[in-house]
Design a protein. Structure first.
Length: 141
């Protein structure tokens, strides 16, 4: 019997905290961020990848509101990243935590892919002008 090929591991890098003018709007943004991260994991799984999404896992038992526990979660996530074959940046907003993950992936030579919602022709043109070195992959979320 032939050995099965191991699936690639993909690290999901997307915003976690909600940002907005009011606590209610921030909570709504946070819930949207969680839904998008879950959809990214679902897409990765559908494509045959194993998804690593630390911001869906570590906040289950570490308090994001505690700076020390948040930092612990980020450091643990960066350790997960070392085991991954790719890093997927989801969306246009890049948080401080995401910047650390992207920088670490680049240090390790891990390919970074950028996923954004479907764009208009004008948005594609602006991306070509302002982000010439980035190939954006469009998704429906």
């Amino acid at each position: 019997m032939k050995d099965m090929e191991k699936p690639k591991k993909v690290f999901i890098c997307s915003p976690f905290r909600g940002i907005a003018a009011t606590p209610e709007a921030a909570e709504e943004n946070y819930q949207k961020n969680i839904a998008i991260a879950k959809e990214a994991c679902r897409l990765a799984t559908a494509l045959g990848f194993i998804s690593y999404c630390p911001h869906l896992y570590f906040p289950r038992f570490l308090l994001d509101s505690s700076p020390d526990e948040r930092e612990t979660g980020i450091r643990m996530g960066l350790t997960w990243l070392e085991q991954c074959d790719e890093l997927w940046v989801i969306g246009r907003r890049i948080s401080e935590g995401m910047k650390r993950e992207i920088a670490r992936a680049e240090e390790l030579g891990i390919p970074v892919a950028y996923f954004v919602r479907r764009r208009t022709p004008e948005e594609r043109l602006l991306d070509a002008i302002f982000h010439p070195g980035i190939e954006f992959r469009e998704v429906a979320w």
